[in-house]
Design a protein around this ligand. Sequence first.
Ligand SMILES: NC(=[NH2+])NCCC[C@H](N)C(=O)O
Length: 383
Amino acid sequence: MKDLMLLRQKNSITYCIKEKKPCIGWVNRYFKDCLCNLSDEFSFAFGLVSLFCWGVAEVPQIITNFRTKSSHGVSLLFLLGWVGGDIFNLAGCLLEPATLPTQLYTAVLYTTTTIILVLQSLYYDYFYKCWKHRDDDSGQEVEEVKKPLRPQKPTDSGIPIPKGIGVSASRRMDFYFTSARSLAGSATPPFRSNLRPIASGPSAVGLNHDYSSDEDTVNAPLNISVSQPKPIPRSAGYGAFLATSSGMPHQTKALIVGFGGRKLFQEHGTEHSALGQVLGWMMAAVYMGGRLPQIWLNIKRGNVEGLNPLMFVFALIANVSYVGSILLRSTEWNKIKANMPWLLDAVVCVVLDLFIILQYVYYKYFRKQSSTSNGRDDEGAYK
Ligand SMILES: NC(=[NH2+])NCCC[C@H](N)C(=O)O
């Protein structure tokens, strides 16, 4: 009977020991998670909401950038902070057994969308602007040489126009006005002087986690406090990590990670990765700090042109449901403690996102009236 159970656990993949029932099939199959009770199901549902919200969060900003052919509303530092935090997050989720599978999937999803957004921002703010400036400059030169400096009061010009230059001699006259303008000293800012130097772009994350190089789990003792693991795939490396580390129920990770030789520490029967925790805290610091450049950019510009508030609305919902998914899964202090960097980060980000949304409302609907009445120009973004 015991052997049968073991076999069943190996073959039928996952089984809720305490509840004495199999895991939900599709969740187990597609998300490698085992839901044993209602609270697990709610936790998973919140996880899905978070996954969805993060999946779409950056799309409105990508569309806004595309429409305006610029990314002047979003701080590049903020986006780079996201990418930096994502790297720590991915590594932390992979190493910390207490994190949920949906956390890892979510991390993969938003890292991808953020990288797209960063690349788009770099394109519009650097390459596109450069090309446009080049085009504009050559077009402007043609325009400028055609018109006099002060066409309304030609006599005001301190430089006398030599006699004998008629309409037919327009080409010579063009040169004359061109040089006069340069002599007078143009107020036009020097070419590209309004462009920031390019910050070093995000580099792709190259994680190479070898989770299971052999059939460790098959021989591994059963962890009876949790649902049972699925056989662990042997493939390794970043490209395959979805199929490996996340390809197992989160409860299993401790076991695997432990067997994989990772440094785990045991606390009241729950194993944690020390490195996973360190990475989690680094992630939290980077994510939380990352909002500041955006807040500062909004203040500095005094407007929110080019910023799509939906990104922060979705991020806010995503972070709230993320917290919900973690807390509903387990209220055990050990699990909460292990998830503390993720929880704290999400809570602080909710507050900061709320602040940014309020900033948006303020600049868009209250400040705008005063700025337009002052005749202020909202353009001229900088970061
Ligand atoms: N690239 C991303 N969107 N990363 C998600 C970051 C999650 C983090 N809690 C934050 O809101 O900042």
